[in-house]
Design a protein around this ligand. Structure first.
Ligand code: S3P
Length: 180
């Protein structure tokens, strides 16, 4: 029996460096969907980079815009990658639940540190010399929040496409559970 089509937004949450964007793009390709991410939507809304937004307006203002972007979305069949801090606000959970199933991409600290070391994306929260400590603290603080997602996928150094395929299977399972 073939699987019913997934109609809701497929949402990825997780720490900076977990691979939400790369996996999200691969999942979008696999499912023939559009890919979007909340950071890009906030950047387009303000016409500034994330670094500039943090510098000029501050983190609280960034979080307000991030929440406003979520509120503005309709539950369309797209793939949505989110900024690592989206989980901090309870309201954001309500909005994400309105849009579709939420998957936590859970990478161990050493994997996050290695990826972030090699990443070209500028991350204002990690601009200090002790950025590794910051990542560790953020992970400890946020882990219980990420675990509020509908499902968890452990990610290590597997290839992006293999992870996207595993993510797709989890979303299908979640959809089937919802329908039964
Ligand atoms: C943040 C993560 C970033 C971006 C901003 C804040 C965070 O997105 O939203 O720099 O608080 O974890 P990525 O998770 O895509 O790096």
């Amino acid at each position: 029996m073939s699987n019913p089509p997934l109609t809701k937004t497929l949402i990825l949450v997780g720490m900076m460096g977990a691979g939400k964007s790369a996996i999200g793009r691969s999942l979008a390709e696999l499912t023939g969907r559009e890919y979007q991410d909340t950071d890009s939507l906030v950047q387009s809304r303000l016409g500034r980079s994330i670094t500039q937004i943090f510098r000029i307006y501050g983190e609280d203002a960034f979080r307000e815009h991030e929440a406003a972007v979520l509120r503005s979305l309709e539950p369309e069949p797209i793939v949505l990658a989110t900024g690592g801090g989206i989980v901090l606000r309870e309201d954001n959970w309500q909005e994400m639940r309105r849009l579709g199933p939420i998957l936590y991409l859970r990478a161990p600290l050493p994997v996050l540190l290695e990826r972030l070391e090699n990443s070209r994306k500028k991350r204002p929260l990690l601009s200090s010399e002790s950025w590794q400590e910051t990542v560790s603290e953020l992970l400890n603080h946020r882990e219980p929040l990420y675990l509020k997602a509908d499902a968890v996928l452990e990610v290590g150094n597997e290839g992006v496409d293999a992870i996207a395929k595993a993510a797709y299977e989890i979303f299908l399972r979640l959809e089937n559970q919802r329908d039964n």
